[in-house]
Design a protein around this ligand. Structure first.
Ligand code: DQA
Length: 141
């Protein structure tokens, strides 16, 4: 089984950005956690992070025929990007939405999730654990 894990803008700044909201662990720590978990579960993962909407769209399109599922934290693009929503719908791979913070308790502009409309499941506000829960969901599915 091959899972693509996509992280959007500013996720590379974890550990530096707003530690009160996102914690003190870095993006490298997140990658290590996910890679270790995938090895434990005997699956393949590819980790991709970009600050650019079009690059995320390209990566989703390239997943077609190459991956069995997508775990995605589109970060700020969650709340703005119809392009990412359409890309997820285009490839029609099972997708899971992740948010480190509990967006439901944050600003009004974070209450809409376009990407979430193409995802089977969302894990929100569970910190890094959400990514592992997303991987579990795709494995069990
Ligand atoms: C986030 C929540 C988004 O609203 C925000 O723009 C992010 C990170 C999260 O993981 O909690 O960059 O997706």
């Amino acid at each position: 089984m091959r899972i693509l894990v996509i992280n959007g803008p500013n996720i590379n700044m974890l550990g530096i950005r707003e530690p009160g909201i996102y914690g003190k662990n870095t993006y490298a720590d997140l990658c290590e956690l996910i890679e270790g978990y995938a090895a434990e579960k005997g699956i393949e993962v590819k980790l991709f992070q970009s600050n650019h909407e079009g690059s995320i769209v390209d990566e989703i399109q390239a997943a077609y025929g190459n991956f069995d599922g997508i775990v995605i934290n589109p970060a700020a693009y969650t709340h703005t990007s119809v392009a990412i929503l359409d890309a997820l719908k285009s490839v029609a791979l099972p997708a899971v939405e992740i948010h480190i913070s509990d967006v439901s308790k944050r600003e009004d502009f974070r209450q809409i999730s376009y990407a979430g409309m193409a995802c089977e499941k969302s894990f929100i506000g569970l910190g890094f654990e959400g990514y592992l829960r997303g991987i579990d969901y795709l494995i069990e599915r």
